[in-house]
Design a protein around this ligand. Structure first.
Ligand SMILES: Nc1ncnc2c1ncn2[C@@H]1O[C@H](COP(=O)(O)OP(=O)(O)O)[C@@H](O)[C@H]1O
Ligand SMILES: [Mg+2]
Length: 378
């Protein structure tokens, strides 16, 4: 694979070389899975759950012994969607293993056979459309029967797992999946999710199907020192320099959340000349240039929000970390309408992921959006 022009990736996973640290997390996750434990991987958004899963799947001892299936179910709204992306992923993953591997799957999923064909050289193609998936539970049965009998042990990672609790056509999807998973000795599951609350509740409340059925892994920030080493290594490889102070500034400015650190380092790298040194003064212009690139999207987003939600969003952005947003003090300070209108606006903003809450403190989810809001309304 060709090396990227910029070593600081801001989406997807390329290879271990462009992946910072996560050594102990990689060990832990692989250990849980190879010891037969299904595992829930939880963190705030953009900390690196998806990246960690991809990284683990690339390790020889995983790659060489398991079929690794990865699905992101963020955009799925039904069991039908779920079946669609899972079966597609299975076909795509099995393809490089040859016709025989795919045929084992094809033979299992009778209800999807019409949508899976092989060309003359045995390459499969997946032509199932959502409308073809009418058998719901039957198809799910067949897929799990495949996982149980595949010619290799399987690892199935389900990203944004919290989504399954809101499927329209299957109100007890959690219970349904739990039953399948429990009986599937040949496959191990990784459930990754970001809404700490939702995910936590799924595995920690006694009333929920997945209660106490998995190992829990909480993904924290990458240590600051590791980021400094990683950043300096990549600058130096490209005959550039970056001071430790600069990396530390970026890291603390965004609480060490991986995506933001990567995003800023990406820009700083491009702003630094060969043989040049990247210093801390370059950080604010880098942030500005990122916000600039999103300016139009932010205006649009704000324009579309109903007035009460917009007012609350701006208030939370100004407050930074807002604790008692329904208190009369907060309402007066930011000239909001009433506690009840704040309550309902808050609910929608949370649902739409414009704001997040952790331990009762509210903040704007997207830190760049927050900075922009403050600049505009500050
Ligand atoms: N260890 C890492 N080193 C470098 N970049 C990373 C690392 N982990 C994640 N990233 C990058 O950070 C961003 C957010 O990571 P992601 O795995 O999508 O977070 P999450 O799934 O927790 O929301 C991605 O763009 C990814 O490329
Ligand atoms: Mg993710």
């Amino acid at each position: 694979m060709k090396a990227p022009i910029n070593p600081f990736m801001t989406s997807g996973y390329l290879s271990a070389d462009y992946f910072c640290d996560r050594q102990s997390e990689t060990e832990n996750l692989i250990r849980e899975i190879t010891n037969g434990n299904n595992t829930a991987l939880i963190s705030t958004r953009r900390m690196g759950k998806t990246g960690l899963i991809k990284h683990c799947f690339e390790q020889e001892r995983v790659k060489n012994h398991f079929y690794t299936f990865f699905i992101d179910i963020y955009a799925t709204k039904s069991l039908r969607d779920f079946i669609f992306i899972l079966s597609k992923e299975i076909i795509e993953t099995l393809k490089p293993f040859g016709k025989k591997a795919v045929e084992i799957f094809w033979n299992s999923v009778k209800s999807l056979q019409g949508g899976i064909s092989f060309d003359l050289s045995g390459n499969p193609s997946f032509n199932v459309s959502l409308g073809d998936i009418n058998a719901g539970k039957t198809t799910l049965d067949e897929i799990f029967a495949y996982l149980a009998n595949a010619d290799k042990p399987c690892i199935v990672a389900i990203d944004e797992f919290q989504q399954i609790s809101s499927y329209a056509d299957q109100d007890n999807m959690e219970a349904v999946l739990r039953t399948y998973i429990q009986h599937c000795a040949n496959a191990r599951f990784i459930f990754a999710g970001s809404q700490r609350h939702t995910m936590g509740n799924m595995f920690l409340s006694a009333s929920r199907p997945f209660y106490q059925s998995v190992s829990m892994l909480y993904l924290d920030r990458i240590p600051r020192e590791e980021y400094v080493l990683f950043a300096q290594k990549h600058f130096e490889r490209n005959k550039k320099n970056i001071t430790a102070e600069t990396v530390e500034t970026v890291y603390s400015r965004f609480d060490g959340i991986t995506w933001y650190v990567q995003k800023i380092l990406n820009v700083l790298f491009s702003h630094t000349n060969v043989n040049g040194v990247c210093t801390a003064e370059m950080v604010p212009p880098a942030i500005e240039s990122i916000i600039d690139s999103y300016r139009y999207a932010y205006s649009e987003t704000l324009f579309r929000l109903p007035e009460k939600q917009k007012e609350l969003l701006v208030a939370i952005a100004k407050a930074g970390k807002a604790k008692t947003i329904t208190s009369s003090e907060f309402i007066q300070k930011y000239k909001l309408a009433s506690a009840s209108s704040v309550q309902s606006a808050q609910k929608v903003l949370l649902e739409k992921d414009y704001i997040t809450t952790e331990e009762g403190i509210f903040s704007v989810y997207d830190r760049f959006f927050e900075i922009w809001l403050r600049e505009k309304y500050g």
